[in-house]
Design a protein around this ligand. Structure first.
Ligand SMILES: [Zn+2]
Length: 95
């Protein structure tokens, strides 16, 4: 009876050990893999950055990636040239 329990415990310990080894191997592989950003990939953000609101599509964009325009007398930020053009067109139409 006790022998059976010991066998089960031993089997569980082996499974745990195996899992640990596999996890260590997996993390070692992912860590040593060279990180080569492709042409389409964005650089990872290290620190939180100021977010600016695009009032056309209501999207928050990091200031470094936003497009600014002096629409309606003050500086505004947009996610893309398309949104900026839309805002500028609206200002032109309103005035
Ligand atoms: Zn937008």
């Amino acid at each position: 009876m006790i022998r059976g329990v010991l066998l089960v415990v031993q089997a569980l310990l082996w499974l745990l050990l195996l899992r640990l080894v596999l996890r260590t191997l997996a993390s070692a592989f992912t860590r040593t893999r060279p990180v080569q950003p492709g042409p389409g990939s964005r650089p990872q953000m290290r620190a939180p950055e100021d977010l600016v609101l695009d009032r056309v599509c209501h999207t928050y964009v990091p200031r470094s990636r936003a497009i600014s325009a002096g629409a309606s007398g003050r500086e505004e930020w947009f996610c893309s040239a398309a949104c900026r053009d839309k805002a500028l067109a609206a200002v032109t139409r309103a005035s």
